[in-house]
Design a binder for this molecule. Structure first.
Ligand SMILES: [Zn+2]
Ligand SMILES: [Zn+2]
Length: 99
């Protein structure tokens, strides 16, 4: 599989670790009304994006620091299903340079 964010190629489990370790900023955490918290992740290759509420029991103060890695693990796992389903044979797009 190919990393949509940098073109790194690896089998699924390795790519999952790669995404979690190298691309933490791809998963944004947002705070909505009523202290609801969400994570949000967008595909680099298409317009799909995911926003999911973080479980209420995990909304303790300090949660985001302590569990941000866990959130990324879950978010990227979901994202890898999307890559498999939508971009199975996708090769990294040639970067477009704006002259
Ligand atoms: Zn990458
Ligand atoms: Zn996509």
């Amino acid at each position: 599989m190919t990393c949509p964010f940098c073109g790194y190629r690896a089998p699924r489990p390795e790519l999952h670790a790669h995404l979690t370790d190298v691309h933490p900023d791809v998963v944004e955490t947002l705070t909505g009304p009523g202290q609801r918290r969400y994570y949000q992740l967008a595909c680099a290759w298409c317009d799909d994006s995911w926003r999911q509420e973080i479980k209420p029991r995990l909304r303790d103060p300090g949660f985001l620091e302590e569990y941000s890695r866990e959130i990324r693990v879950v978010a990227f796992d979901q994202f890898l299903y999307h890559l498999e389903a939508a971009h199975q044979d996708h090769h990294p797009p040639v970067p477009t340079h704006h002259l």
